[in-house]
Design a protein around this ligand. Structure first.
Ligand SMILES: Cc1cc2nc3c(=O)[nH]c(=O)nc-3n(C[C@H](O)[C@H](O)[C@H](O)COP(=O)(O)OP(=O)(O)OC[C@H]3O[C@@H](n4cnc5c(N)ncnc54)[C@H](O)[C@@H]3O)c2cc1C
Length: 314
């Protein structure tokens, strides 16, 4: 039986593993078959503290994994299919690996971005298609950008991009936006933002240099048209990776795990959550790493409390 099992091998899970391993708790880390899917394609992370020249995503993750292993963490690749959190020790079923038992569990499975699923989208990731303006907005400098989405985060991305882009067109399939009235009013104050409502994206267009525009169906005219842009940001929402939990932990209305404010405690003793899976707001490597450290500290204290309980019972 493991004292601590960390589910997820992204920045949050590896940060938790480093701190748990440093505390001699020999955690098992289960990192999914698709480790930090988007981070491993990011060739330059320039906002991570301590790397003034930037660092690429895969190197950052590799170094964190080495650091965790060096202190005694074991890292296995496999997807957790289900967990049983109804009694201790907790049981964790790992595809292709079997079931392991743990006195405590740290959930760090991140969140996935919803995609449009149209031709040209996947093929042009890193060639103009992006899902994170804060991470790559700089590359829009002097170019026309397109943001697809009608919620608060889409408008926030568009406003952020006005710092760099020459023009930002917001494309949304309906006439009405889902974004709050306040956010809509804010966005409408930016002269650089253009609106292409009532239009459904059909295809991402590209040439040998990358994205050139977005083909859309204009529902007002019933005909197709092309919106020009060298950068395309897909901002139609995120989905936290919690399917394997089968509803055993409370979530908010968007499916993000709920934790007791200021902690990583989920409501089930000994089960902690960190990183993007419990964070609908910040979604950055540094915030994920910070909460991974918090989860490890919460976990250590919980395990210490079990030792005290057992000593009192004897
Ligand atoms: C394109 C892009 C660029 C970005 N660039 C930056 C940047 O420059 N700077 C910045 O600060 N942030 C950036 N971010 C955001 C940053 O990547 C995330 O905030 C961060 O990776 C969150 O870390 P996490 O550990 O919570 O989740 P993730 O990194 O998503 O890791 C989740 C882990 O859980 C695993 N997993 C999921 N489900 C299961 C399962 N069932 N069983 C086992 N394992 C599972 C996955 O395989 C993965 O290992 C970027 C995001 C994107 C999309």
């Amino acid at each position: 039986m493991y004292k601590a099992v960390v589910i997820g091998g992204g920045p949050a899970g590896l940060s938790a593993a480093i701190h748990l391993a440093r505390a001699n708790l020999e955690p098992l880390v289960i990192k999914g078959f698709e480790p930090s899917k988007y981070l491993i394609t990011t060739m330059e992370v320039d906002s991570y503290p301590g790397f003034p020249a930037g660092v690429d995503g895969p190197t950052l993750l590799d170094n964190m994994a080495k650091q965790a292993e060096q202190f005694g963490a074991r890292i296995r690749i496999g997807n957790v299919q289900r967990v049983d959190l109804s009694k201790r020790p907790y049981a964790i079923d790992i595809q292709g690996y079997g079931t392991v038992e743990a006195e405590s569990v740290v959930i760090a499975t991140g969140a996935s971005f919803k995609l449009l699923g149209i031709p040209g989208e996947e093929a042009n990731f890193g060639r103009g298609v992006s899902i994170c303006a804060t991470c790559s907005g700089y590359f829009s400098t002097g170019k026309k950008a397109i943001v697809v989405g009608g919620g608060d985060s889409a408008l926030e991305e568009a406003i952020y991009l006005t710092r760099y882009a020459s023009e930002v067109t917001i494309v949304h399939r309906r006439n009405e936006l889902r974004a709050s009235k306040g956010m809509q009013e804010r966005a409408r104050q930016y002269g650089k933002i253009k609106w292409a409502l009532n239009r459904t994206p059909i295809e991402v267009l590209a040439d040998e240099h990358g994205v050139t525009g977005l083909k859309v169906m204009n529902h007002e005219t019933g005909s197709e048209e092309v919106i020009e842009g060298r950068r395309l940001y897909v901002a139609i929402g995120t989905r936290p990776n919690t399917g394997f939990l089968e509803g055993q932990l409370p979530t908010n209305e968007r499916g993000y795990l709920l934790v007791k404010p200021g902690t990583t405690e989920t409501g089930i003793p000994g089960v902690f959550a960190c990183g993007d899976v419990q964070d609908p707001r910040y979604g950055q490597i540094t915030s994920a790493i910070g909460s991974g450290c918090m989860a490890a500290v919460d976990c250590e204290r919980y395990l210490d409390s079990l030792v005290v309980e057992e000593a009192v019972a004897l």
